[in-house]
Write a protein that binds this ligand. Structure first.
Ligand SMILES: [Zn+2]
Length: 176
């Protein structure tokens, strides 16, 4: 009888410990999500917009870079620095330095512009409806400084089926 009650006591205690750890997990999960733990190192810890006037951008960008990123221009096909570029590394925004794409996601689209099947981190780019030039397209911009990068189309390779068609002039590359 005594033994039985001890076992009962033990299992009660065990149950309450389990229950307690479950409670902790229930509290920890939202906290982990809130602080963004588990995201890759490319994640923005806080989205702090970079805002500059055209005059300020002109000082730090070449005329081609300015025309593409700040005036939504498109570089001439097969002329950019990165359409035929195969080094391993990270492509960042020429304006604000935010990481945008990595070489692992780059593919040869045959279009003459650097093409990726996904951004390094979805939150590092924003996608905007673009009805310019008589077409309905999806424009891709840098989420930190609103630099025009290019467009995204749904004729890319697996696993996403997307083709981020990006101007070399909007990118800077760091070899890894
Ligand atoms: Zn940027």
């Amino acid at each position: 009888m005594r033994t039985k009650s001890k076992i009962e006591k033990y299992s009660m205690k065990k149950y309450s410990t389990l229950n307690h750890s479950h409670e902790i997990r229930k509290c920890l999960l939202p906290a982990l999500l809130f602080f963004g733990i588990g995201n890759s190192s490319f994640a923005q810890k806080e989205v702090k917009k970079v805002v500059k006037s055209d005059e300020q951008w002109r000082v730090v960008l070449s005329p081609d870079q300015f025309n593409v990123t700040r005036k939504k221009g498109t570089e001439r096909v097969f002329t950019g620095e990165f359409w035929n570029h195969h080094d391993h590394g990270v492509y960042s925004c020429i304006c604000c330095g935010q990481a945008l794409f990595v070489s692992e996601h780059k593919f040869d689209s045959g279009t003459g512009w650097p093409s990726f099947y996904k951004p390094v981190q979805q939150s590092n780019v924003e996608e905007v409806n673009d009805q310019g030039h008589g077409m309905l397209r999806t424009e891709v911009v840098c989420s930190r400084c609103d630099a025009h990068l290019g467009h995204v189309f749904d004729d890319g390779p697996l696993p996403t089926g997307l083709r981020y068609c990006i101007n070399s002039a909007s990118l800077t590359f760091k070899k890894e």
